[in-house]
Design a binder for this molecule. Structure first.
Ligand SMILES: C[S@@+](CC[C@H](N)C(=O)[O-])C[C@H]1O[C@@H](n2cnc3c(N)ncnc32)[C@H](O)[C@@H]1O
Length: 209
């Protein structure tokens, strides 16, 4: 589901970028045990204006990132932001629940997948989790930063923003869904009475003892 005008202004804002840079990425790096291994390929869903994509390249040290957003205007912003990284980023307009159409992504393609506050925008959010699990390589990392049903039910969110009304998830719902798709939760933190959830999971690797 696309953001409304007010949420778009809130997201395309220096305060949002500072939060991502100064809190979310350091917390996720800590939970993930540090940057990705050299040469890693990552996918980012709901990349917005591409600031998270830049942090995935610079701070997680991904070699390449495929980044997708449903909103053509956000992808245009991301293209401008990332114009100095030719060859390291593929940006496309599309749906996070179908990465095969977007990037031709086969099963077990990526070393890491990133969700910076987007899965709560997807009505069938479980299919987005399933798609991430499908495209991650065994042992691949899923880093997530989510807004839960508790936050979405607050008067401020209800008044200002639009989000799917049905099947919203709490932090516990989200964490319980991951193992159903073969994603083992590594570590997770909630903030502000479980309004927000940050964490990392790894795709099960049956070949590893
Ligand atoms: C709250 S914004 C987060 C943007 C950015 N990741 C950030 O953290 O600032 C959610 C983004 O997800 C995008 N989005 C919503 N539904 C989507 C879907 N099904 N597939 C891909 N992107 C989607 C929206 O267009 C929006 O850019």
């Amino acid at each position: 589901m696309l953001m409304n005008r007010i949420e778009k202004a809130a997201v395309n804002n220096p305060a949002r970028r500072a939060l991502q840079r100064l809190y979310e990425v350091p917390a996720l790096l800590d939970l993930a045990g540090g940057p990705l291994t050299p040469g890693s390929r990552a996918v980012e869903i709901g990349c917005g204006s591409g600031y998270g994509t830049k942090l995935i390249l610079d701070r997680f040290r991904a070699a390449q990132v495929d980044a997708i957003d449903l909103d053509p205007d956000m992808i245009a912003r991301a293209q401008r932001r990332l114009a100095d990284r030719p060859g390291r980023v593929r940006l496309t307009v599309g749906d996070a629940t179908d990465l095969r159409s977007a990037f031709g992504a086969e099963d077990d393609t990526y070393d890491a997948a990133f969700d910076f506050a987007i899965i709560h925008h997807i009505p069938d959010w479980r299919s987005a989790v399933a798609e991430i699990a499908r495209v991650l390589k065994p042992g691949g990392v899923f880093a997530f930063d989510e807004v839960t049903a508790h936050a979405l039910a607050r008067p401020s969110y209800r008044k200002l923003f639009v989000h799917p009304e049905h099947d919203r998830f709490t932090a516990d719902d989200f964490l319980a869904e991951l193992p159903r798709h073969g994603l083992d939760v590594h570590g997770a933190r909630t903030k502000i009475q479980a309004d927000y959830l940050l964490g990392t999971a790894r795709k099960q690797n049956p070949g590893r003892t």
